[in-house]
Design a protein around this ligand. Structure first.
Ligand SMILES: [Fe+2]
Ligand SMILES: [Fe+2]
Length: 194
């Protein structure tokens, strides 16, 4: 039975969210940059694989959703008098990119499955944040993001199924989710999504 839903190999520590609640403004600034990078990631797959036309509509939809999220977070920041800051290296995403293999097809599969795990982790954490927040409007905002990012996790997995067998996807996906769980353990908690 093929596993259609993207999953994680570990759950976020329940104490993590306190760091976010205690530094919510800093978290918002990081969150905005995550949305912008997620948009760029989806677009970069189109740029690198222009011949994979079957997945372009899904990639465009993801990029569009992320652009909408970016705009929404910027609006929240503006209401709070916050501005973007220059990007800092993101050790989580950088380590995940490093495990992507180099052959053209292998790299496509890995880039899609890495995107899937990043989206699924984002969804998990937005859910945790939505549940922990008290402000009704913010709660609703993060609840909606949770739903969209969870869908993105599945969409990237589905994109892979255009070009790879279910066995290949399943096997590689397991390796990537396990590597992701290990990377999570090594990260210092900051007021950031990862
Ligand atoms: Fe997003
Ligand atoms: Fe997303």
């Amino acid at each position: 039975m093929p596993r259609l839903r993207a999953q994680l190999a570990s759950a976020t520590d329940p104490d993590w969210v306190q760091v976010i609640l205690d530094n919510f403004d800093d978290f918002l600034i990081d969150h905005a940059s995550c949305e912008r990078k997620a948009m760029a990631y989806a677009m970069s797959v189109i740029v690198k694989y222009p011949d994979r036309t079957e997945i372009i509509p899904d990639l465009l939809q993801v990029a569009q959703d992320e652009l909408d999220h970016f705009r929404d977070v910027l609006e929240l920041m503006e209401q709070r008098g916050l501005q973007m800051i220059p990007d800092e290296p993101d050790p989580y995403v950088n380590q995940l990119i490093k495990i992507c293999r180099h052959g053209r097809d292998e790299r496509l599969l890995d880039r899609l499955l890495v995107a899937s795990v990043i989206e699924t982790r984002g969804a998990e954490r937005f859910r945790i944040i939505a549940e922990a927040l008290e402000d009704a409007e913010l709660k609703e905002f993060y609840r909606n993001l949770w739903a969209t990012e969870a869908k993105h996790g599945d969409v990237f997995r589905k994109m892979a199924s255009h070009y790879f067998s279910e066995t290949e996807i399943e096997q590689r996906s397991q390796e990537i989710t396990e590597a992701e769980a290990e990377i999570m353990v090594g990260l210092k908690w900051r007021a950031s999504l990862h």
